[in-house]
Design a protein around this ligand. Sequence first.
Ligand code: MLT
Length: 201
Amino acid sequence: MKHIYQKGAEGASNTLLLLHGTGGTENDLLPLADMIDKDANVLSVRGNVSENGMPRFFKRLAEGVFDIEDLIFRTKELNEFLDEAAEQYNFDRRNIIAVGYSNGANIAASLLFHYRDPLKGAILHHPMVPRRGIELPGLSGINVFMAAGKNDPICPAQETIDLQQLLEDAGASVSVHWENFGHQLTRSEVEAAASWYSNIK
Ligand code: MLT
């Protein structure tokens, strides 16, 4: 997958996996990595799907309606890419914290829905439930932070509430930060994510 890798400070144990929103690129979330952990390794990936030229991590049939077959295929592709990247760049595969926005948050959540220990933790900005009606792998020991807009027209608040419930039912520790700025990725929610991260790191 097309990506950027930045090695962190000597002895850095965590790798931040940056996953952009629809129409974004691997450059978009680099400033977030700096705010969250400037010492961490950074792996920023571009989604392999193009929707009228806009990169995404999996196909959708309509706004908010996901192509589940493609979601499963792309989640596997990303999980395997993480295995390969950990080997290539020599970072610890067990210490990846995803930082995703919108479509990128959804594929990060999908990793947690489909694989055992694909991530050590996840920061999900404006996520949705990636898939319903399946049993999740055990998620105990996995920490998840979600930031959502009470008035987000693209990722409705109920999606965050449902996602929190599903992750907690599977054993994850979940913390939710609410704002009122629609689908915007705000500086204050990234600051809240950074403060959450400093406690779980
Ligand atoms: C999606 O995955 O489609 C998102 O939740 C919405 C978007 O990326 O526009």
